[in-house]
Ligand binder design. Structure first.
Ligand code: PGA
Ligand code: ZN
Length: 432
């Protein structure tokens, strides 16, 4: 075995797709191999996520990460110097122990994750193997089913409407490559309809989707369904996924729909969402109630179990929360974001736990992401089954799609297909 010990660690402040600073890290090994990675960052962040360190002060409006960069170049460089990247799980554990806090907030989860990702990438380089093939997962590697953002509201689009993310899922596609082409037709059809209905398709939201400037959440949902029709797809070919990101809408015991001037009880709100799942071909629904509303989450899962019920902020890629969710059936699928967890191996444990318990997993980018494409390989290598990256445009999004298109074109990996979704059913659209 060649000498895969770390001989040089170098971190710097890079920019994410929102123009905010983020931590980038490059490692050099004794055998000459190198690994480089850039960390993403969310906007609708959950309370239970690992904690980024931001500088505050005047630079970049307080969003600077020079403190986290200094931690990597100082503390962490010393800690990992001479360690072998093939021991990447031990390196993650050493970094976590050195930080000493559960949420990695002392030196910053952005510092910890930069090290973890760069070690993972350097390990693959050292093995001269594709990144996906060096990961450990509970299932065989596969090309994931894409869940693609078409229209955005919430924190990603100046609160154009309350629901954050309206997505298309090419459930009838026989390959990833075919699915992406189909979804891009849906996006184009929705852009035309948005112009006709007084939205403005020239506005692009944080994840490359259309900013959904219509009167109500349901008007946007109807537009997406019409766009799917106009693009020539039936409900068994192209389905809808929603990310409500409801933690952003919670006010005390109520769910506040600011765009519609409505204030609903959680029960009423679940009734509204259940109505949508009757009228539209919705196959997946994320964060319907507030992140800490376990009773509400159980009610959603019981009521909508014909669909995939996905926990994002609710689980925060946190093993303890996922275990509780499995126990209490507060969802049937887990959104996996490595920067919520703080390290690749922590996220990996969540994927094992979820799939081992019969839950499904969706590997996800962040709304502030970068041109780095490691996420695609993680989804493939873990056999996660599904991936959510944003729209079919903007380079930080297409970087991940392009990597998956590359891997599928090589012909060795199977496409996970619609069976990857939890609670899979034949979706139907009932006219109201
Ligand atoms: P975020 O959005 O990266 O802003 O958290 C993505 C999501 O909520 O799924
Ligand atoms: Zn989400």
């Amino acid at each position: 075995m060649t000498d895969d010990r770390i001989v040089r660690t170098h971190a710097w402040e890079a920019l994410d797709s929102r123009g905010r600073p983020t931590v980038a890290c490059s490692l050099t090994l004794a055998n000459g191999a190198r690994g480089r990675a850039v960390v993403p960052s969310g906007a609708s962040t959950g309370r239970h996520e690992a904690l980024e360190q931001r500088d505050g002060g005047a630079r970049y409006g307080g969003w600077g990460v020079s403190g986290a960069v200094n931690a990597v170049n100082g503390e962490y460089a010393e800690l990992i110097q001479g360690r072998r990247v093939s021991d990447r799980v031990d390196i993650d554990a050493a970094v976590e122990a050195h930080d000493g806090t559960q949420n990695l907030g002392r030196f910053g989860s952005n510092a910890a994750l930069a090290v973890s990702l760069a070690v993972t990438v350097a390990h693959a380089a050292s093995e001269n193997a594709p990144l996906w093939s060096t990961l450990r997962g509970p299932r065989r590697p596969s090309i994931p089913m894409p869940m693609v953002n078409i229209l955005s509201g919430g924190a990603h689009a100046g609160r154009a409407v309350d629901v954050q993310d309206f997505l298309a899922v090419p459930v009838g596609a026989s390959s990833f490559t075919e699915g992406i082409e189909q979804v891009s037709r849906v996006r184009a059809a929705c852009a035309r309809l948005l112009d006709e209905r007084g939205g403005w398709s020239a506005l692009v939201a944080d994840e490359g989707g259309l900013a959904a400037r219509l009167d109500s959440n349901e008007a946007v949902l109807a537009l997406l369904a019409d766009g799917i029709d106009a693009a020539g797809f039936g409900g068994d070919e192209m389905a809808i996924a929603l990310d409500i990101a409801a933690t952003q809408l919670v006010d005390g015991d109520a769910i506040v729909l600011a765009g519609e001037g409505d204030r609903l009880s959680v029960e009423e709100w679940i009734g509204v969402v259940a109505g949508w799942t009757q009228r539209y071909p919705i196959v997946s629904i994320e964060d319907v109630v507030g992140e800490d509303d376990w009773a509400g989450s159980r009610a959603v899962t019981a009521r909508l179990s014909h669909a995939q019920v996905l926990g994002d902020d609710h689980f925060a890629t946190n093993l303890e929360r996922v275990r509780r969710g499995i126990e209490e059936e507060s969802a049937n699928a887990v959104l996996v974001k490595v920067n919520q967890a703080g390290s690749v191996s922590r996220a990996e444990r969540v994927v094992f736990e979820a799939i081992g318990a019969g839950f499904e997993t969706v590997v996800s980018a962040r709304s502030g992401d970068t041109e780095d494409a490691w996420l695609a390989d993680l989804a493939v290598g873990w056999g996660a089954g599904q991936i959510k990256v944003g729209s079919t445009m903007r380079s930080e999004r297409t970087a991940k799609w392009n990597r998956l298109l590359e891997l599928e074109s090589e012909g060795d990996l199977p496409f996970a297909g619609r069976a990857a979704l939890a609670g899979q059913r034949q979706p139907t659209r009932v006219e109201n």
